[in-house]
Design a protein around this ligand. Sequence first.
Ligand SMILES: Nc1ncnc2c1ncn2[C@@H]1O[C@H](COP(=O)(O)OP(=O)(O)OP(=O)(O)O)[C@@H](O)[C@H]1O
Ligand SMILES: [Mg+2]
Length: 318
Amino acid sequence: MIITVTLNAAIDKSLSVPSFRLGRRHRSVEQTTMAGGKGVNVARTLKTLGQPVIATGFAGGPTGTRIVEQLTEESILNDFVRIREESRTNTAVYDPTNGEQTEINERGPAISPKEIELFRDKLLYLARGADIVVFAGSLPRGLDPDLYAGLIRDLRRMDVATIVDTDGEPLRHAVRAEPDVISPNVLEAEELVGHEFNDEEDRVIAVREMVQLGAREAIMTVPDGCLACVQEAGERQIARVWIAPREAVAAVGSGDAFLAGFVAARYTGRSLADCLRFGVACGAESTQRLGAGLIDPREVERTVAETAIEWLSVPAEV
Ligand SMILES: Nc1ncnc2c1ncn2[C@@H]1O[C@H](COP(=O)(O)OP(=O)(O)OP(=O)(O)O)[C@@H](O)[C@H]1O
Ligand SMILES: [Mg+2]
């Protein structure tokens, strides 16, 4: 079983609005409303890929009820801690005429210490039947930035693998708790290692640095694939996966689709190279659909053939 954690679950509303302009009234030509938040998106893709997954996190108020109902409608197993304050609704506007997207995210609920304790108990209970726990997304406001880190340590004692996709302070703390995998995008990785990357060499050094910070493996997604510092048969290796960028219908959530693809392939025991290529194919495929976490598994299989992998030499410790 795979568990995804979404502490900031939301209802995601995506609108397609041609020639979107500030200060004008528009009509959307297409719209979707789905349960969202990064962990929820990962759960959706895992479900589509046929993997056993339970989504957990916090859900509150009528919006929280709607999140749970939508997941249940999609047959995504879920077990959320109900909280007193209302979960958020996030709105994304895509302009198909220029490919631009505008996002407006609500502030989200505050979580009480009692609710955090309930969540911790639930997660550790669910984890007794799990192989992998994926922590994805930001923390609700006011939560201690080392919340993920504490849970990662608890889960390691239970021999459950942990995968983290977050940013800022929560990522900085999480990486020190030695999770199995972190998967930042370029901006998140730059923030974590504390400097910008100017070329491919910088990016290679960066994934190496992220492992030195504590992650067992670090995968950085880039617009044309990913770079990963991984372990195969006890050996540290660096892989570069390539894919030709496609014209995106909606790129939001491609990182979540990448992660779900990677986790699904790993859960089924595929080789590291296959896991990375499959993740990149899922990320690319998801850009062709409005709505996060939506992929067509048959298209993914075709897309895998468009990816290429190269193994690079590992730079010395810095
Ligand atoms: N236009 C595109 N064409 C092909 N592949 C893409 C495209 N955009 C993204 N991808 C793939 O999706 C994966 C994730 O991309 P990216 O690093 O942009 O994620 P992200 O910034 O974490 O996205 P989000 O947080 O919105 O989910 C990468 O492996 C990348 O190759
Ligand atoms: Mg991301």
